[in-house]
Ligand binder design. Structure first.
Ligand code: MG
Length: 336
């Protein structure tokens, strides 16, 4: 068996095994057929399958340095949270010296980075229409420059020893025959091929598409290192589908998850007006059902808490503390 691990990424490093040595657990989770099995054999990021040196369902939190809505590392340290997904810092903070300094802070906080998420200047989540117009690689006017920046973010993630990068790609055009859709396929392939050169997978955040359209897009892109970061609350916030049903559909591509909760918008505005993000356990996701579904799918990677209220840091800290206790209790109940 050939095994390759990235330096500084012993928990999460890319593991490659020969196709004739597919572990039973990989076969078990590959419910979407041979294509899916091939992908899982080559890219097993974020400790989801096969890595035995990481606690199943390790608690995580979405963290920020100087950009994004995540918590700061002092909260991570205070709450003793063992893993973080990191919102990429601004460009001036993406270099080897900054990476080294950040890794030292992570070591001090006792945490490890599992995924680096990209975000871009000019994105706005003010309302769903604005989100569709401004977020991700979909807006055509900024597509080329954001592709270039996302490659830089992947390179920074490599400097951190992280083998997965994530992003909101944006509202994928519904017309698969359109030039915008076809160009988005090419753009995504270019990003994936760059990430592959770094030994990395790319995880698409859910919510802006239905599960069915996300699967169509993944199949059309047709690259072995494209996976999903599943966010159940986003399915509710954007009104794109029942989160548990969606998770079952896309499950074999899920390599990282967010633990976030939300309440549905009133039916008459669902899909055009936001639902409401709330503290974990207070919304419509159903955390126990969510975790039990992840277990059925074979997901054992980190449970990364997201609480997107950066304008109220005290409440964010309190809600995350409560979420940690909720997830630790459910984990003990479900997989102990
Ligand atoms: Mg999310």
């Amino acid at each position: 068996m050939l095994v390759i691990r990235l330096a500084n990424a012993y928990h999460f490093g890319l593991v490659i095994v020969e196709p004739d040595e597919i572990p039973a657990r990989v076969e078990h989770s590959a419910s979407n057929g041979d294509h899916s099995i091939r992908r899982q054999v080559k890219y097993r990021s974020a400790g989801t399958l096969g890595d035995t040196d990481m606690q199943p369902w390790s608690i995580g939190v979405f963290a920020s340095v100087d950009a994004g809505l995540g918590v700061h590392l002092d909260v991570v340290k205070e709450l003793k949270i063992p893993t973080v997904q990191l919102h990429s810092p601004h460009r001036e903070s993406r270099n080897p010296a900054a990476a080294e300094a950040f890794l030292a802070r992570c070591a001090d906080a006792g945490t490890t980075v599992t995924v680096v998420f990209g975000g871009f200047e000019g994105e706005s989540y003010a309302d769903i229409a604005t989100t569709a117009r401004t977020v991700g690689l979909v807006p055509e006017a900024t597509r080329a420059e954001r592709l270039a920046e996302m490659k830089e973010i992947a390179d920074f993630a490599k400097q951190l020893g992280v083998s997965a990068v994530g992003l909101h790609i944006g509202f994928v055009p519904s017309d698969r025959a359109s030039s915008s859709y076809k160009d988005l396929i090419s753009t995504t392939r270019e990003l994936l091929d760059h990430a592959a050169g770094n030994g990395q997978a790319v995880h698409l955040e859910t919510g802006q598409e239905t599960a069915d359209h996300l699967l169509e897009f993944i199949h059309d892109v047709d690259r072995p290192n494209l996976f999903i970061n599943f966010d159940p609350a986003n399915m509710i916030l954007y009104g794109t589908g029942n989160p548990i049903e969606a998770l079952k559909k896309v499950g074999s591509y899920v390599r990282s998850v967010h633990c976030k909760d939300a309440k549905w918008a009133p039916e008459e505005v669902r899909g055009t007006g936001w639902g409401q993000e709330v503290a974990l356990g207070d919304g419509d996701v159903g955390m126990e059902t969510y975790l039990r579904t992840l277990l059925e799918l074979g997901y054992k990677g980190p449970l990364t808490i997201e609480r997107e209220i950066a304008h109220d840091r005290d409440r964010q800290r309190a809600d995350i503390g409560k979420a940690v206790r909720l997830l630790e209790g459910l984990r003990a109940q479900i997989i102990s």
